[in-house]
Design a protein around this ligand. Structure first.
Ligand code: ADP
Ligand code: MG
Length: 257
């Protein structure tokens, strides 16, 4: 049975020294939807991702995925409970090939432990073959399989972003969390990205995305949460957010609606 709520985060507080970067932030995302997280620079969006995926400890907060609570500070719980993310500043293994980058993501799903990997048992070899095949499939899925054997740093910026998405998808996530996936992309690349995200979503993955491109966010998201100075100032459908006076004041500016 599908849980109606896929990701539920409640009452997150996070301080950096004297700065309250997140103040009683709660967010709930329905299963099968695309949710947006927007707000001015410094609002706390990336910090929210960092806390939700365990990069930083939260001061308070509870986290649950598909109806099961998880502890973000335990990395395996984050991955195995089903969250994968990309980074605002692309984090690829730049000297590795495109294919290897995806295979690394896939490895966390394998069962062969240390001895299996060391002795290269038949089972391990079979698993490696499956990882290889699945990784190629994912590269094809995001549209960059023709670059599989290239060194990652030689990919165009837009393709590096696609590769990050492929690597994240390699963990078979329930929720794909994207931190500014369209940053640095030109208009054509953004249209392609939108298509890719819609495909990923219609194939069953719930998406949470931080994004500054208002047209993209409004065009793709079912619900949007707005952060300002570490606080949620609005949550709702794109139409409600677009016309919300507090959001216009804090972020959108006049003329967007
Ligand atoms: N590791 C950190 N140490 C200290 N302050 C931080 C750290 N990470 C983020 N901050 C601060 O927290 C606030 C929110 O930052 P961030 O989450 O990156 O905002 P956004 O992603 O919305 O632009 C900013 O004031 C930022 O300077
Ligand atoms: Mg950020």
């Amino acid at each position: 049975m599908i849980n109606k709520v896929m990701l539920e985060v409640s009452n997150v507080n996070k301080k950096f020294g004297g700065l309250l970067a997140l103040s009683s932030v709660s967010l709930s995302i329905e299963s099968g939807t695309i949710a947006g997280l927007i707000g001015p620079n410094g609002a706390g969006k990336t910090t929210f991702f960092n806390v939700m995926t365990g990069l930083y400890p939260a001061d308070t907060g509870s986290f649950s995925l598909a109806g099961k609570s998880y502890n973000p500070r335990v990395v395996e719980e984050v991955v195995f409970s089903g969250i994968a993310r990309t980074f605002q500043n692309i984090r690829l293994f730049k000297e590795m090939t495109v294919l290897e980058n995806v295979m690394v993501g896939r490895h966390c799903r394998t069962k062969a432990g240390f001895w299996g990997a060391t002795l290269r048992t038949q089972k391990t070899q079979l698993e490696e073959k499956l990882i290889f095949d699945r990784s190629l499939e994912l590269l094809d899925y995001v549209g960059i399989v023709q670059h599989a054997s290239k060194t990652s740093k030689n990919l165009s910026y837009g393709d590096q972003r696609r590769l990050e998405i492929a690597r994240a998808m390699a963990t078979d996530p329930l929720v794909l969390a994207l931190d500014e996936p369209a940053a640095g992309m030109n208009a054509t690349e953004k249209v392609e990205l939108q298509k890719l995200l819609e495909k990923i979503n219609s194939d069953g993955t719930t998406i949470l995305m931080i994004e500054h491109d208002v047209k993209l966010v409004m065009g793709i998201c079912h619900s949007i949460t707005v952060l300002d100075h570490g606080e949620v100032i609005a949550h709702g459908t794109p139409d409600l957010i677009r016309t919300n006076p507090a959001v216009i004041e804090a972020y959108l500016g006049p003329g967007v609606a």
